[in-house]
Design a binder for this molecule. Structure first.
Ligand SMILES: NC(=O)c1ccc[n+]([C@@H]2O[C@H](COP(=O)([O-])OP(=O)(O)OC[C@H]3O[C@@H](n4cnc5c(N)ncnc54)[C@H](O)[C@@H]3O)[C@@H](O)[C@H]2O)c1
Length: 287
């Protein structure tokens, strides 16, 4: 059993905290916004109640997990309460917010505490730079929804120690998940880079006039066994998400190859962001 502090109670942090509590760890969940903590508690209780109804978990296991999961609306209180072996940061994807938080965690947490980030794109060395413990900083990249998805990428920076990696692998295995350990850091890591490469090739084929959106999605589903095609997936996750990620990458690299594609930019400018707006690559009724 370990003590884990999860910072950020949004889509990812709330479920990561629950996964850890269900696995028997003591967890403290912190967010700057008390409303997010209330929402996380409400959503997790609803979700767990449904799992009990479906017979996937016992009511006793769920009650015990909630007893191990505390919330705190001040970081200092959270750090003190948790006295954590490990912090998993899951706050908004902005480097200045994360860097400031890592500096504060470095001040608040005992020297042995590992500081891990769930960032989808920032490499750990960027966050380690804000701390005096680069050997105990790495990325632990969970996938959405964290309660369901098995893979967790463990990404060491150049100064991350082997002991830190081993400890993170241990933790991931204790959660019943599958650790995928990178040899060295790269923005976006493994799974999302591959996903994005497929998406970019699909867009290239479409913009080159080689095949239509539906044809490309059908090929991916029926030839490659993908559960959904790249255009369907973009509509589901929100076309603006990939657009903003590319803009951020371009701001970092200055490489025109990292700019969002023409067709994606046009969709975003017209407000066609996918299912959530009723129109993206496809049109959806009743939104
Ligand atoms: N959503 C995904 O599919 C996904 C998947 C994998 C990884 N991630 C990564 O997880 C992280 C969180 O993403 P999310 O989708 O859960 O975001 P989200 O917007 O749902 O939640 C972010 C939370 O962080 C809180 N927050 C902001 N600044 C804070 C601070 N200084 N201290 C404490 N809390 C703070 C916000 O109040 C909010 O509740 C990001 O780094 C993202 O890249 C997201």
């Amino acid at each position: 059993m370990r003590s884990v502090l999860v910072v950020g109670a949004g889509a990812m942090g709330s479920q990561i905290a629950m996964v850890c509590a269900l696995a028997g760890h003591q967890v403290c969940l912190h967010d700057v916004d008390p409303a997010m903590l209330e929402r996380a508690d409400r959503e997790l209780r609803d979700r767990m109640a449904r799992q009990v109804e479906k017979g996937r978990r016992t009511a006793d296991d769920v009650t015990a997990a909630f007893e191990r999961l505390r919330v705190a609306d001040s970081l200092a209180a959270a750090a003190a309460a948790a006295d954590a072996d490990l912090v998993i940061e899951a706050v908004v994807e902005r480097i200045e917010v994360k860097s400031e938080l890592f500096a504060e965690l470095d001040r608040l947490c005992p020297p042995a505490t590992i500081l891990a980030s769930n960032s989808s794109s920032f490499v750990p060395s960027r966050l380690a730079a804000a701390t005096g413990r680069a050997d105990r900083v790495c990325n632990l990249h969970f996938f959405n929804p964290a309660l369901v998805m098995a893979c967790v990428e463990v990404v060491p920076g150049p100064e991350t120690s082997g002991q830190t990696v081993a400890s993170c692998v241990d933790l991931v295995e204790s959660l019943g998940k599958v650790p995928v350990v990178l040899e060295k850091e790269i923005p976006g890591f493994v799974a999302n880079r591959i996903l994005n490469a497929v998406r970019d090739e699909a867009i290239r084929l479409y913009e080159g006039g080689y095949a239509g959106v539906e044809a490309i999605d059908t090929a991916c589903r029926t030839a490659l066994g993908y559960p959904m095609g790249p255009f369907e997936l973009m509509d589901l996750t929100g076309i603006d998400i990939g657009y903003l990620t590319k803009q951020a990458r371009y701001a970092e690299t200055g490489d025109p190859a990292d700019l969002p594609s023409r067709s994606v930019t046009e969709l975003v400018e017209r407000g066609h962001l996918g299912r959530k707006t009723g129109r993206g690559w496809y049109t959806y009724e009743g939104v």
